[in-house]
Design a protein around this ligand. Structure first.
Ligand code: HEM
Length: 216
């Protein structure tokens, strides 16, 4: 769920777009800081300039992560989600009205919007499907398979996977408790589907076997 591609920040740094760039105000946030809540009254659009930002739903003590956005991605405060600095982060903020003219003048703005929202929608469909049809173990295997495909590094016959998430953060993505996710990860290691390498790092010796275990 790390969104990469053509970068809106590079585009906005171009001299000819200096005027458009000037409508953004930069604000820094500390890691873990809640940037916006669904009750937010400001109607702003922001581009992530530095660090990662987590978009999530929360109800009482339960949280569900919809996306972890990276520099160059954009989002809005009117989407009914909690927005949190996942690392020390900086955002370029502007009002929705300024964005309307930007959408006409900078095609990459609209393309980035479609890419980010498309990825979030894809992830949301997968979450709905998992919640409706699969148990947590399958959801976790699905997530690991997806990450291995998108950001894994081949090594010999296997794949090295750097999850870059704590067990707590992974649990929030799965809609499960930390203890459950930790037990399931250990089960996968015991079943030799993965080897633990270090903090958040795993080696998948045989991706086909993991796919079979996940029922794909
Ligand atoms: C990349 C993220 C997003 C950007 C850049 C963005 C930007 C905008 C802009 C510029 C408008 C004003 C359109 C106009 O007045 O003509 C708008 C309206 C709106 N957006 Fe978003 N948006 C984003 C995500 C979302 C999401 C995720 C939701 C819902 C979950 C959402 C719900 C709405 C609604 C309901 C309106 C209409 C509000 C009204 O007319 O009162 N937006 N958005």
């Amino acid at each position: 769920m790390k969104f990469t591609g053509i970068n809106l920040l590079d585009e906005l740094a171009k001299d000819e777009l200096a005027e458009l760039r000037a409508v953004f105000n930069e604000r820094a946030f500390n890691k873990g800081e809640i940037i916006y809540t669904p009750e937010e009254e400001d109607n702003l659009v922001f581009i992530i300039a530095r660090g990662r930002v987590r978009i999530y739903l929360a109800y009482e003590d339960k949280e569900f992560t919809l996306a972890i956005l990276s520099p160059g991605d954009l989002y809005a405060t009117h989407a009914g989600c909690y927005i949190q600095a996942f690392d020390d982060a900086a955002l370029l903020l502007t009002d929705v009205q300024s964005v309307k003219s930007m959408m006409v003048q900078v095609p990459l703005f609209t393309r980035t919007m479609v890419r980010v929202l498309g990825h979030i929608l894809q992830n949301t469909f997968s979450i709905i499907g998992s919640l409706a049809f699969k148990d947590i173990y399958n959801r976790l295997m699905d997530y690991i398979l997806r990450e291995a495909k998108e950001s894994g590094t081949p090594e010999g016959d296997g794949i090295v996977l750097n999850l870059d998430l704590t067990t707590e953060q992974l649990a929030q993505l799965m809609g499960a408790t930390r203890q459950t996710v930790s037990t399931l990860l250990n089960d996968m290691v015991r079943a030799q589907l993965m080897e633990k390498r270090g903090r958040g790092q795993y080696f998948i010796p045989n991706i086909e076997e993991l796919k079979r275990a996940a029922g794909e």
